[in-house]
Structure formats: structure tokens, C-alpha cells
Ligand binder design. Sequence first.
Ligand code: COA
Length: 325
Amino acid sequence: MGVAIRGTGSALPEKILTNFDLEKMVDTSDEWIRQRTGMSERHIGQKETVPSLASAACRRALEKAGKKAEEVELIIVATCTTEMLLPCAACRVQNILGAKDAIAFDINAACGGFLFALNTAHHYIESGACNNALVVGSEVLSEIIDWTDRGTCVLFGDGSGAVYVEKTEEGDGSGIIGMSQGSNGMAGKMLYCRGRVVKGETEPEINSEDLLVHMNGGEVFKFAVRQVPICIRKALDMAGLQPEDIDMYLLHQANSRIIESIAKTLKQDIKKFPMNMEKTGNTSSASIPILLDELNREGKIQKGQKLMLSGFGAGMTFGACALIW
Ligand code: COA
């Protein structure tokens, strides 16, 4: 028995913020952002929320899989930006979808969250606790970004990506074949946010600047290029594969230079590393499933191909998943 992805979906807010818009907000330039990050524009939530984007992405994933919400047994939303503490985003998604028989809960592993959620769903299904799951990454990062800090505000965007996974039958040939994940809480200060101001609420009396993302970009960069290849190799070992056996690497869309460096470390052609951060920015836990959905809808993934998904994020957290499509 295995676990395979049967449907993908994604949702992006309508409003687009370009590098040229950012030039008017902070001391930056389109050229700097494109050269240093690979990004040109990103989507920014206005009315959209973590659950509204997540449920739109889930509906598309269910449609693609030919499933109904009532059939869903587990919903895991990976998010670090849900605007309500209680109830969790996954329960709100359950309510929006009408997935009345699902177990629903959130996971916060920041940008690494989708891999953590996928791994958890994999274990639930493998153990027999349930037969299927919606695994979602959904973020409205724009609400916790310091729009006066050029070192962070140019990087992030909002959005959601979802996959519908289910138990496979003997001899199916598709599914997850290797997973690896880890955390390094000792490096937590590289990227943190103490709390948040909720849209429409009055500012709290404590220093509101402190309720925004703080990041040491250089340290995060070094962490990612060192840790992600190690994590990928562990998932490859579990799957009994070598880097060259993988047809496509779908990595967290944090920075094109990080991805280029990882490709070099793994001695793999950069053509195997599709990227979409140019249009989406870094959407945190949503970036990998958004990219997966885009490729799937464009017919760029063939049955039987081997994929590697891998991400990293605040915590610090990191994860990888090898699968056969
Ligand atoms: N526009 C113009 N200049 C900028 C800028 C911006 N948006 N942001 C920073 N700079 C400046 C810096 O102030 C610095 O100027 P100085 O030399 O006068 O001090 C210069 O550019 C170089 O800064 P540096 O931080 O060394 O640039 P970098 O090449 O490391 O790129 C990041 C910065 C943030 C793009 C890069 O470090 C990065 O992507 N890190 C990883 C971040 C990440 O992935 N976070 C999410 C994790 S899930």
C-alpha cells in the first residue's frame, strides 16, 4: 500500500504587486530584485484570507481528482499567517468545503510547512487511520511583512496550493517513495515574527514593528544552500535513488540563486528545476504545491516520472519528498 497525489489545485489573490510598484515604496529597483531573487511580481491578498485561498485551491484539487468534499477524511493546512488563532484554518476550510467527515488541523513549519503536512498525511494514510487527505499550503504573508524593509518586502507573496492524496492499491506504481524532514530550532533567530496585527484591528500598544517579519537574509541563504541538498539526499537514499534518477526538482521558490546553487551541489542540470517565483514571489508553505499545480495543469508532468519536492523555512525547518507521478 502506498500514498499518491491524485489532484492538484492552487489559488492566487487578484491584486498583483510588481517590482516597479515596490520601487515607489522602498529604495530598490526592478533590476536589483530580478538579479538577486528572480522575482518580478507577486500576488497580494486584499479580501483573501488563508482559509478562503486554501478552500479555493482545495476545490480545484478535488475537481482534478474527481472527488467530492464529503469523501475527504483528513485536511491539513500548513500555514504561519492565519488571521484567527481559533478555530484553526483547516477547520474553517472544512466548514467552507462542507467536508463534514474530515479530521482537520493546522501545521506551522513556516515555508517548510507543506512538506511537514504531506509527511503527516502520508503517515496517517500508511497507518490505516484514513484513506485520503487534502494537504494544503496557504499564506497571506503580506500581512506580517514590514513594507518599509527592502530586505524582506520584495521577497514574499500570497497564495495557496493544495494536493489531494489517497491510498494506492498494490502494484499501482505511483506514489511517495522517500521522505525526509528536520528542524533546527537553534537557528530560530534567522527568521522570526513575534506576533501580528490583524487587519482592521486597532494597533496594539506594544511596538507594532516587532509584530512583523525579521530576517537575516544572508544567513537564511547559507542555511538553505547547505541544508536542502542534505535533506534531498536523505529522501533519495530512502527511495534507493541517485540525484540523476529524478526527472524534476520542485523546490521552495525562495530565490532563484538558492535553487541554482542546490542544482550545482547535486550536479544536476538547472533545466530540471522549474521555477515560477518570477510571477509569485515566495509564497512560503504554498510555493511548492502552487508550482506543482501549474506544471500539472500545463501537462508538463508525465505519468511514471520521478519528482523531488523540497523546502525550507523559519524554525528553521526543512523537508523533502521523492515520489513517482
Ligand atoms: N533593493 C536594493 N538593495 C537591497 C535590497 C533591495 N530590495 N535589499 C538589500 N539591498 C542591499 C543591502 O542593503 C546591501 O547593501 P550594502 O552593500 O550597501 O549594505 C546589498 O543590497 C547587498 O545585500 P545582501 O543582503 O548581501 O544581498 P544578498 O545578495 O544576500 O540578497 C536576499 C539579499 C535577501 C535577496 C538574499 O540574502 C536571500 O534571498 N536570502 C534568503 C532569504 C529567504 O529565502 N527567505 C525566506 C526563507 S523561507
